[in-house]
Write a protein that binds this ligand. Sequence first.
Ligand code: BGC
Length: 459
Amino acid sequence: MLQKGMMYLTAGVAALAGLLFGFDTGVISGAILFINDAFHLNHIQTEIIVSTVLVGAFLGAIISGRLCDTIGRKRIILVTALIFIIGTLFCTFAQSVEQLIFGRIILGFAIGIASFATPIYLAEIALPKKRGLIVSLNQLAITIGILLSYLIDYYFSDDGAWRMMFLAGIIPALLLFIGMLFLPESPRFLIAKGKILKAKEILKKLHGKESEFDFLAYLSPPQKNTKLKNLLRHKRLVTVLLIGITLAVAQQITGINTIIYYAPTVFKLAGFNSNNAIFVTSLIGLVNVLATLIALPLVDKIGRKPMLYVGLTGMCLSLILLGLSLNQANPSSLMRIMALLSMMVYITSFAISLGPMVFIILSEIFPLSIRGFGMSLAMCANWAANMIIAMSFLSFVHHLGMSNTFYLFAFFCVFTLYFVHGFIPETKGISLEQIEKHIFEGIKSKHLGQKEETHAASK
Ligand code: BGC
């Protein structure tokens, strides 16, 4: 127990990177009101300051993928913590719009790296039977970070202290940096680099008695040639990359960030006044945290796919209800309540499905030698989709109307359900090495997580 405590403690510290991801994406929602006044921003400058973080995240994810496979998971998270610190200081002390934009790009860069490196580290230090739970800590931390950013914004809003809003992010960034100095490198990364004894020692510390069994399982990396060019000739590997990218994009095109970023706007359209709209938005943040907490212990019990089925169905139905409730020019109070309830159901459904599951499945399906590369590619697609949706949401609303826009997201939920059913493997309880072995044996993606005896039929 004491030794498994080590695994949880390590995961808890690394998950601070997820908290920074959430905090630094969320903090701008309140800060921008006061930045507008301080720098007399025009509408384009405002949009740039809000959205450059997504551009930075896209760049961070694409540039550092291979680096994660070469310098290691621990070092890349350490560097990320440093970038978070630098970006935070830049934003806090910015004297011009340009400096602020630059600071936001730096923060985005760090978010982009954190978004793929943290789940990999978490998956690689976890025992197979606890992997879902451990990787979900990343999503829990993201949701706590978003909620914290709303609360910090609220706390400093009386004085309009937007610099303090940014500066608050320095605390988790420093904690992450100091904490990571003491955390071990991922044992799987060490094995890939041939440092077997060191890996064994770390596994023992992390998993206690259970580590020996694990260790044996790790020892058979099936691939002989780990050059990217050669690996990409492998048909199944390319399929797995495409599946990862599609899943990552699905997380965004089903509309989550139109709620996270634009909830006050949607609530105002549903007839709430500004104050109530901001209050209700914090409620959404809270529900997001609570529902993720509920999901945590279930992932390794029920499995990834059943939770995706339930969550995606909930997301689809609640989006249809939301569309219906926003269908009138002057919504009645019944319609307003319906809009609020459907948003709550939507967030809950996301938090038990696409929220944590995308990070879990992505951290599991790529072979060790290209795990950093594969996950960074998928996350960069995720950030690109996020950017496109965030930037075009208001135009969609303008051209299609609010209701039709949400029906479109509902349609994407149906598509994702079909995709999950047809292509995503159930990876509950199976080791990362077994999944990898199955890829190189040419087993279909949907069956990558199945036990050996069922494979003959699925090749
Ligand atoms: C997504 C973010 C989103 C957050 C909301 C994450 O899984 O990647 O884009 O803002 O969940 O909880």
